[in-house]
Structures are given as C-alpha cells and as structure tokens.
Design a protein around this ligand. Structure first.
Ligand code: AMP
Length: 408
C-alpha cells in the first residue's frame, strides 16, 4: 500500500483525504472547520474496502466532533487523533507523501513542486496575487510539515496547468510596463480539475491525449472553461483572479471594468464594496437570489422570471466561450462537463451546446438526461464532436501529481 495524504487548506478550515495510490482508492477523508472559533468541528469518514461490484469505495463510518480548535496546528492534532481512533492508523502506516493544493503559483510554478523552506517563501510571496488563498494554503503546509516532518510534501498549484498559455493568450492589453511591474496577466485556475478531466476523457475514449482538441467546462460554484490542445491548456476563462469569465454561483465573471469605475464615482462604493459585489453578491445569487442551480431550476419551474433570466445569462455566457474556444482550437474532438453543475444539470449542458450543430456537436437528449453518475458519453453516435460528462476528482489528481513529484 502507498498511502498519500492530500490537504486542501482554507483560512478557517481544511479538508483532507487519504488515498491508497496502489489502487487509487480513498481510505479516509475529513474536514476540520471553524478553526479559531469558540467551538470547532471535525468530521472524519473511513471507507471500507469494496467487497464486490463496482470498485467505488462505500461509506463505512463518519464521526463528527465539536471542540475548540485554536489554529491549523491544533487542527492537524485533531485530525491525527481521528486517524488513530477511527483508522486507518497513520502511526502504523504513515503516508508516503503529503500533497497540498495551492491556489496561486504565479508564473514561477508550472509543475508539482517538492516543498522546501524556499518554496514556502515563494508561496508566501505570491500571496500578493492571492491574498485570501495562499496564506491559508501555507498555514496548512506549515502545520502538516510539523505533523509529518519526515515525509515529502508537494505543492500542486491551481494555476500550473495553464502555464502553457501563449503570451497572446495570457497578456492583457494594458500598459505593458504597469502590467509587468505588478505581474498583471491571466493565470487561470481550476487547473488540477481541467487536467484530470482532459486526461480522463482521453483514457475513456482510448485516444492519445496528444491528438485531441478538447474543451472542458468545470461548472461548480466557481466555474471556468479551458481549451486544451494535445493535453496543453491554450486558453482559459479565469484570468488574473478567479473572477473573470463565466457566470458563477456568486461571481459576475466578465464585466466591463468601467461599470465598477462608474459605481465608485456615482454610487460612492469603495474598492472593498466593489470587490464584495462582484465576488460574493453577483453571479446566480445576484441575478436570481440563490447561488445553487437547483434552487434556480426549481424557481424556473414555478415561473420565476428572475430565475429564468439568471439561467439564460448563465447559458449565454457558456455558449460564447464554447464558440470562442472552438475558434481558438480550430474545432474540437471532445467537449466535457464536470463539477456540481456540469455533472448534474442536463439543461445547462444542452443549453451550452444547443447552437453548435453547425460545428458537428449533437447532444443525445436521452443520454443527456439519464441519471447516471460515472464518466459517460451524452452526444449522439453521429456527432462529430464527442460530448462527455466526466466526474472530476481533484484530490486524486493532487495525489497522483504528489506521488510523481515525491518519487526521486
Ligand atoms: P461544486 O463547486 O463543484 O461542489 O458545485 C456546487 C454547485 O453545483 C452547487 O452550488 C449547485 O449549483 C450545483 N449542483 C450540485 N448538485 C446539483 C444538481 N443535482 N443539479 C443541479 N446543480 C447542482
């Protein structure tokens, strides 16, 4: 068994998953949250080995504890206790490596990277570009390195997959000196998921990755779309931050920046208020009152006009990017949908591709509506472009990359 522990650390919480990389099976997962509050919460789930049937692990047991958790280091103590009491014991079978999700790797990190004190300094320095995320990721790294001092720790960056973008794709058309001195460019995010899904699509179709032109729609609460040529990201909808591009749960996606200047000048809104507006009070939430597409669909069924408009704006943007990326790639072989919305909302998938018949994209309505869960084809047999639903698994991708970087 080769256990790898994956850590996804936020400012007041972290998620973890222990995988056996010989079988790529999840052994345990958990969440430590409300770090720093009067009462924190720790949830630990152990998965039993599947006895028969599909290789998916099935749920064995979850235990939730409430206790004060002062900081990330204390949180790791709580996690270690849970592994000891509920299993699998990390004392008996310590992880061979620990993988860390890090949001921003800037232009410096283009591959999974073994964490050294210098790498920590670099991640810290990149907090200028990701002030909410990188410090939280680093808190997790420091606590994990203290808890597991003798195993390799690897940083896997959300931006890394997009480091193959050409200068034409990543450069904003603003004053070049200002852009360079402040490192203003498109970085792109969700790279771990875009890579996992495009690799999985090629493997599923039994086609070499290097020969495929792919478009991947990662539609969750955050959403982005990437054009992938031969396994390399050539364009992606998120930019300098994860704000740009598609309509999301609470983020506006593309908006004319002059609208924000106008709100500043005319409505007296501060930079922080504008930040809050476009990042946390916009998207589906701002348009229709909920960031959850299930609520939007239910409201549409009741005839709610705000919800209808919200859905139409969401789908209109998807179509615009589908067309743009078909143009950038010179056509596509595969279009995949993933994440909460992409995996579960047939109406979104159908709407996003409805006008692309001219480009050889034909969704099969029955396949699209089928309530299946695994990787599957939803295009017709005659469709020139294969359309897939591909469940994403960012933890597994981080674990794979971690193992690759940790092995000498
Ligand atoms: P994620 O960020 O990938 O976890 O996606 C979360 C989002 O997926 C939720 O906010 C919902 O909008 C959406 N979602 C999850 N389940 C469904 C579903 N069954 N139908 C439609 N949307 C869903």
């Amino acid at each position: 068994m080769t256990p790898v522990l994956v850590i996804n650390s936020g400012s007041s919480s972290f998620k973890y998953q222990l995988l056996d990389m010989d079988t790529e099976r999840t052994l345990a997962s958990g969440l430590v949250e409300r770090i720093g509050d009067a009462l924190g919460v720790a949830r630990h789930t152990v998965y039993a080995a599947p006895t028969d049937g599909p290789a998916a692990a099935f749920l064995d047991a979850t235990r939730t504890r409430e206790l004060p958790i002062a900081d990330h280091t204390a949180g790791f103590g709580v996690m270690l206790e849970a592994f000891e009491s509920d299993g699998p014991s990390l004392t008996d079978s310590p992880p061979g490596a620990v993988g860390h999700r890090v949001v921003h790797g800037g232009a410096r990190f283009f591959e999974p990277t073994l964490i050294t004190p210098l790498v920590e300094i670099n991640i810290d320095e990149l907090a200028v570009l990701a002030p909410l995320h990188n410090p939280a990721n680093l808190a997790g790294i420091r606590a994990a390195r203290a808890a597991f001092p003798d195993v390799p720790h690897v940083a896997v960056f959300d931006t890394a997959f997009h480091q193959t973008l050409s200068p034409a794709a990543y450069t904003y058309a603003i004053d070049a000196e200002i852009a360079a001195s402040h490192r203003i460019r498109r970085y792109g995010f969700h790279g771990t998921s875009h890579k996992f899904v495009s690799d999985a699509a090629a493997a599923f179709l039994g086609r070499p990755l290097s020969e495929l032109k792919q478009i991947v729609f990662h539609l969750g609460n955050g959403a982005s779309v990437t054009a992938i040529d031969g396994g390399r990201s050539i364009d992606t909808s998120m930019g300098f931050t994860p704000l740009e591009g598609l309509v999301m749960g609470t983020r506006s996606g593309d908006i004319d920046p002059a609208a924000l200047f106008h709100l500043s000048r005319r409505a007296g809104m501060s930079i922080d208020e504008l930040d809050d507006l476009v990042n946390r009070r916009s998207g589906l939430l701002g348009l229709a009152g909920s960031n959850d597409l299930r609520d939007i669909r239910a409201a549409i069924a009741r005839g709610d006009e705000r919800a209808m408009l919200g859905f139409e704006v969401y789908v209109h943007r998807l179509r615009s990017y589908a067309g743009a990326y078909l143009a950038q790639l010179g056509g596509a072989d595969v279009i995949s949908f993933t994440a909460g919305v992409g995996e579960n909302a047939p109406a979104v998938r159908a709407g996003a591709l409805a006008t692309l018949g001219f480009a050889g994209v034909e969704i099969d309505p029955v396949r699209n509506e089928a309530p299946e869960r695994g990787i599957r084809i939803i295009s017709t047999d005659a469709s020139a472009v294969t359309v897939l639903v591909v469940p994403t698994d960012e933890e597994l991708e981080i674990a794979r990359q971690t193992l690759g970087a940790a092995r000498p």
